[in-house]
Design a protein around this ligand. Structure first.
Ligand code: AMP
Length: 426
């Protein structure tokens, strides 16, 4: 029996590593330039943490979470732990667990790694997903909403995606949102018969989610639906106005999108998306984020406002390929050591060891193949030099060094080899 990777989970092969390396290096550099520190929350948490923080009426909560267990333990133990389906809950748990409220505020954190969601797989939609995530914890200042938005924008910009713009909205707070939700429900009341079953359910469980329905009938009704911005309390309105002022001042294109929502109670005020140029996948949204001033309290901490975003690395890689973004190849071996005969093999092993200790990238075909096959191996590896060791070289204490580009050979004493190559490869 041959195993395959689980459905919706893809291996990252060596040829895709240059993209990953580029994305991870450039986004970590970007995050540090914004003053963000890396936090790696654990990969598995109490299922309850995610259930509580992600909330009913979302796909992740209702049907996409992987629970994990230990073979031989009772089935109920299986549901105690879950693979993280996103970063925010774990970051906030870590924030509380490690008393990070005592650190300078706002606390700026970023994370990179895998999250898992049991979604229906297709191109660009996987079950093992890599994300870049950032949070600014401890301040209500709209300047931080802007900062998070700029970080999200920068994440795509430093990876070669252009033609970016923002979509923004405010979803209010627990003071003003209920008034809006009541108005939205009242508006849809006479039309419920025309709504798709999912949307009717949303209207019950999580009414704001009706706003981002993909259903046509709902979409047609939404044109005349009440808008959240007309219902904002003074604090939320002032917050949104200030954020828009900053966006104007910094000159980033944005559109106020009345249908942009998060739809959970602890999400407050700002929601945003970064959009890319048309033609990047089925939707223009590259990533989204927003403010969740109620989340830490929901997890048992003191009221602590925060704002953040998450962006997918797998999709970014597909976008970069579609856009032909150039990324640097990963360093190839510089030197391949070839040998003929048992004594020469021993000398080759020693030479390899010396070169690697000197910090050079060196490798060998091994398997005692003929010289021709070893040259082919060196060619494919892209090595600049091939070393040849035979019985003559061993007897004389030298190595034949072949410059692959020039097809020239010269002999170098064994003890000078590392220095000789280091100087030429510098
Ligand atoms: P979310 O946490 O749902 O807001 O997702 C944040 C980002 O993760 C999205 O903008 C996508 O880039 C990426 N993402 C979410 N779900 C998937 C998936 N199933 N496959 C690949 N990327 C995903």
């Amino acid at each position: 029996m041959r195993f395959q990777s689980p459905r919706g989970m893809v291996d990252v092969l060596p040829e895709d590593q240059p993209y990953w390396r580029h994305i991870i290096k450039s986004s970590e550099k970007l995050a540090r330039s914004f003053g963000y520190e890396r936090l790696d929350p654990v990969l598995i948490e109490d299922t309850g943490l995610f259930l509580r923080s992600i909330g009913e009426g979302t796909d992740i909560h209702d049907k996409e979470m992987y629970v994990v267990g230990v073979l031989g333990r009772p089935a109920e133990a299986m549901s105690e732990l879950a693979l993280r389906p996103e970063f925010t809950a774990g970051v906030m748990r870590a924030y509380l667990e490690h008393g990070m409220a005592s650190r300078p505020s706002p606390l700026r954190l970023y994370s990179l790694g895998h999250v898992f969601r049991h979604e229906a797989p297709q191109l660009g939609r996987y079950r093992q997903i890599s994300q870049f995530n950032a949070e600014a914890i401890g301040s209500l200042d709209p300047a931080l909403d802007l900062e998070i938005m700029l970080l999200a924008w920068g994440f795509f910009e430093v990876n070669g995606v252009q033609g970016l713009s923002f979509q923004v909205n405010s979803t209010g707070c627990p003071r003003c949102r209920p008034g809006y939700v009541a108005a939205l429900r009242a508006y849809f009341e006479p039309h419920t018969a025309r709504l798709h079953g999912d949307d009717r359910r949303r209207l019950e469980v999580n009414p704001l989610r009706v706003l981002d329905s993909k259903d046509e009938a709902t979409g047609a009704l939404l044109g005349a639906a009440p808008q959240m911005l007309d219902y904002l309390c003074d604090e939320c309105r002032a917050h949104f106005t200030e954020l828009r002022g900053y966006l104007d001042a910094i000159g980033r294109p944005y559109t106020v999108n009345h249908r942009l929502v998060r739809g959970l109670d602890y999400y407050t005020k700002t929601v945003f998306e970064v959009w890319g140029q048309a033609g990047l996948g089925s939707q223009n949204a590259l990533c989204g984020g927003g403010r969740y001033d109620g989340l830490i309290e929901l997890l048992g901490g003191p009221p602590t406002p925060s704002v953040g975003f998450a962006a997918g690395i797998d999709r970014l890689m597909l976008t970069m390929k579609a856009l032909d973004v150039a990324v640097a190849p990963l360093p190839a071996p510089q030197v391949v050591v070839a040998y003929l005969g048992a004594d020469a093999k021993l000398a080759a092993i020693q030479a390899l060891n010396d070169l690697r200790s000197a910090g050079l990238r060196a490798t060998a075909a091994f398997g005692d193949r003929g010289l021709k096959a070893q040259f082919r191996f060196a060619d494919k590896a892209g090595a600049a030099y091939t070393l040849i060791l035979g019985s003559d070289e061993v007897a004389q204490g030298v190595v034949t060094v072949r410059d692959m580009a020039k097809s020239e050979q010269t002999q170098v004493p064994r003890e000078k080899l590392a220095l000789y190559l280091t100087e030429r490869l510098a």
